[in-house]
Design a protein around this ligand. Structure first.
Ligand code: DGL
Length: 291
């Protein structure tokens, strides 16, 4: 079953094993975020590739990632990747913009043979296509804004763009609380976004540059107004994953499936995730893991 053609890193010892395509095809795709936000990416992947098995890690013990230094986020992200690789995965999706913005290089360097996708490139590509005027607003975490990863990724695709990044850290807390609409969400959204959208012609595109933010999309859309397109990196990431897996997609008889793992309070994670994503089913089983 083992051959020399197709090396892939497996196991906590980081020994290089070479495995056949058939084995790789049956492996899950590893996905991680600091909490429930990355499930917006999971939902898009399940819609696009229902036969893929998914292994999702929520690092809730150490959330939020968005307010932490690049050094700390990189350490957390590499540990999350190591955990998933040790379980056996065929590709890794970093379903966290903050980690994608600062830690993608470190993860790729650690696992050079593993396909690793970040959500920032996918979100930037979608925004560059969606905006007509080129004036693009990115709502993200402090860490993502500080990194200027969106500015760089959008400008690489559209030299005429002007990108404004606004840090909205409380959106993460609201989503983790299961609070996605209503007076409190609107008031927090106004606090961050009113200064931008009250100016005429400020932007025609609002990038939801944190995977938690699509959960607040109805409220954010109302505030931004009908002339502003909301861009979410989830669908674009799912398309990128399908392209990346080409030749290594799930075997035709695979039923798919989703395994959920949390680094703390799995019952709470199950409750909030189940409420926010009813399509995942009732009474979600969530494993507890230490990184
Ligand atoms: N959902 C993550 C992101 O896309 C992280 C949010 C957080 O933990 O601050 O940036």
């Amino acid at each position: 079953m083992i051959n020399a053609e197709n090396p892939m890193l497996l196991g906590a010892s980081h020994t290089v094993f070479a495995v056949t395509d058939a084995i790789q095809s049956s492996y899950p795709v590893g996905i991680f975020d600091s909490g429930v936000g990355g499930l917006t990416v999971v939902a898009a992947i399940r819609r696009a590739m229902p036969r893929e098995k998914l292994l999702y890690l929520a690092d809730v013990a150490r959330q939020p990632y968005g307010t932490k230094s690049p050094r700390t986020v990189t350490r957390y992200a590499v540990q999350a990747a190591e955990f998933l690789v040790a379980r056996g995965i065929k590709a890794l999706v970093v379903a966290c913009n903050t980690a994608s913005a600062v830690a993608l290089e470190a993860i790729t360097a650690r696992f050079p043979h593993l396909p690793v996708l970040g959500v920032v490139e996918a979100g930037a590509a979608a925004a560059a296509l969606a905006s007509v005027s080129g004036r693009i607003i990115v709502a993200a975490t402090e860490g993502t804004c500080r990194s200027q990863a969106y500015e760089r990724a959008i400008m690489r695709r559209r030299g005429d763009a002007s990108v404004t990044c606004v840090a909205c850290p409380l959106f993460v807390t609201l989503a983790e609380e299961g609070l996605t609409d209503g007076a409190i969400v609107e008031s927090v959204a106004r606090h961050y976004l009113d200064p931008l959208f009250s100016r005429a012609n400020e932007g025609d595109c609002l990038v939801l540059g944190c995977t938690h933010f699509p959960l607040l999309a109805p409220a954010l859309g109302r505030l931004a107004g009908p002339g502003v397109r909301l861009v979410d990196c989830a669908e674009a990431t799912a398309i990128l994953l399908a392209e990346t897996l080409s030749g290594r997609e799930a075997l035709p008889d695979s039923q798919g499936g989703l395994t959920l793992i949390s680094t703390d309070a799995p019952e709470r994670f199950a409750r909030i995730a189940g409420r926010l994503f009813p399509a995942l089913g009732r009474d979600l089983a969530v494993e507890l893991a230490d990184l």
